[in-house]
Design a protein. Structure first.
Length: 134
């Protein structure tokens, strides 16, 4: 529900709409490396495996406060990342008394997300499809 309106006769009307475009934006914080991405190899040596784990925070687009993501992940190689965590989605709660809107607020409910992210440019480069692989 996006809007609640009331006409002069006291009738309450609820309307809603859906967005045609939705997406997410994430920030990945690599453990031990900060914002720097790990090396460009698909199979890391034992010494560098720990640097591929990450903490993840994200928001939904176009309404960031309606979808919040927190999780962990692992960078499997250039352009390939798997992650999981909690998806906190906002649900509107309305307090209506005698056909009058008294209060409207967001209640956050938890859910689960599992994600496989593929960066086409880095993935294609790692497979040797484009240019020089130095």
């Amino acid at each position: 529900i996006n809007r609640i309106s009331q006409d002069s006769h006291g009738n309450t009307d609820f309307t809603g709409s859906s967005k045609a475009f939705r997406g997410t934006a994430f920030l990945n914080l690599y453990l031990g490396r900060g914002l720097r991405k790990p090396d460009d190899h698909f199979f890391p040596t034992r010494k560098f495996v720990a640097g591929r784990f990450l903490l993840q925070a994200g928001v939904g687009i176009p309404k960031p406060l309606e979808n919040i993501y927190t999780g962990i992940g692992f960078n499997m190689g250039p352009g390939l990342l798997i992650s999981t965590g909690a998806h906190w989605y906002a649900q509107k709660r309305y307090d209506i008394r005698n056909s009058v809107l008294i209060d409207e607020r967001n209640i956050y409910k938890p859910g689960l997300y599992i994600s496989l992210s593929i960066d086409p440019g880095n993935f294609a480069k790692a497979l040797g499809l484009f240019g020089d692989n130095k």
